[in-house]
Design a binder for this molecule. Structure first.
Ligand SMILES: [Zn+2]
Ligand SMILES: [Zn+2]
Length: 132
């Protein structure tokens, strides 16, 4: 039996800070609306940044913990807020807003079955003032 010589190389390509990534970071950090990759791409397409680049950079940023993600209606929305917070969602216009949580809430709510709370997934759904 010969050793498997086709094992993948473990080295990852270094994460380069390209101008495209910088533009994507700035776009996500400037907005509060939990945009989809498509929306970010709409903003940046004039700069010649392709949708695949937007998706790739957002995935890397989420993996690195620079941004978080929220799923709504089967779509991934990107969130500049990486701290614990809840969301308010309008069922009509699909708007998503951050809802701050009291600092002691994670510990106050820690269920008996968990030793730590690393993430809270709490969503309030209703209609925003524009859609009521
Ligand atoms: Zn609304
Ligand atoms: Zn959020």
């Amino acid at each position: 039996m010969s050793p498997d010589r086709n094992t993948e190389k473990a080295s990852k390509p270094a994460r380069r800070n390209t101008w495209q990534k910088q533009a994507i970071v700035e776009n996500v950090m400037a907005r509060h609306d939990h945009p989809t990759a498509q929306k970010i791409h709409n903003d940046l397409s004039a700069l010649g940044i392709g949708i695949a680049t937007v998706y790739r950079n957002l995935a890397t940023m989420a993996e690195d913990g620079l941004i978080s993600t929220v799923e709504h209606d089967g779509e991934v929305r990107y969130d500049r807020n990486v701290g614990p917070h809840a969301h308010a969602v309008c069922n009509v216009c699909d708007g998503i807003w951050d809802v701050p949580l009291p600092n002691n809430l994670p510990s106050a709510l820690t269920p008996k079955g968990l030793a730590t709370v690393d993430e809270i997934d709490l969503t309030f759904r209703g209609r925003c003032p524009t859609c009521i």
